[in-house]
Design a protein around this ligand. Structure first.
Ligand code: GDP
Ligand code: MG
Length: 180
């Protein structure tokens, strides 16, 4: 029989320079190119995962300049997204604080799906161990206390970790929809 195509709107959030674009481009092309510029874009990407056709719409956002509180998310973004990837750098304490606030903001909102809004927290730049200022435990704890999944990855050095992040988020989105 014909299976329906799954649509998943994925929004990447986080402070500047944490690797949101690197993560996006890695997922789309399997490559790491190093410089991404300051662009905001929504990419459409079709994939076949576990025998199912998936269409990802991936919004690689720019951190807004005009908001008073660090880590704000627009109403439009909250409405649009089926799931969120919140990225910080393990070398940037301030970026972890941004993610903490963004988790709170999303959790305050009514979910588009019936379960808890799907969120994957990503500690990126794992390859820069010598410059680490945010421990793995802190990431794990934040995720546990806010019902999110958590991965530490290196968009620069490991494609597999990037794949896990998107696949996990897709699973969460499908679970949440199944609860409807
Ligand atoms: P964005 O502002 O969050 O979109 O961040 P970018 O994707 O533009 O990345 C910012 C900088 O960090 C760029 O110079 C990237 O090459 C670098 N970068 C991204 N991911 C990694 C990573 O996993 N490891 C290292 N060492 N650098 C990374
Ligand atoms: Mg970017």
């Amino acid at each position: 029989g014909s299976q329906q195509k799954v649509e998943a709107n994925v929004l990447l959030l986080g402070a500047e320079n944490v690797g949101k674009s690197a993560l996006t481009v890695r997922f789309l092309t399997r490559r790491f190119i190093g410089e991404y510029g300051n662009i905001e874009s929504i990419y459409s990407h079709s994939d076949r995962i576990d025998g199912r056709d998936i269409n990802f719409n991936i919004w690689d956002s720019l951190h807004p300049q005009n908001c008073e509180v660090d880590g704000c998310i627009s109403e439009k973004q909250l409405q649009w997204a089926d799931g969120f990837i919140l990225v910080y750098s393990i070398c940037d304490r301030a970026s972890f604080n941004v993610v903490r606030r963004q988790v709170q903001r999303i959790r305050q909102c009514k979910s588009k799906v019936s379960g808890s809004t799907p969120i994957v927290i990503v500690g990126n730049k794992r390859d820069l161990k010598h410059r680490r200022t945010v421990s793995s435990e802190e990431g794990t704890l934040l995720a546990l206390s806010s019902d999110c999944e958590f991965f530490e990855i290196s968009a620069a050095e490991n494609y597999h970790g990037v794949l896990l992040v998107f696949h996990e988020l897709l699973d969460l989105i499908r679970e949440a929809r199944a609860l409807k």
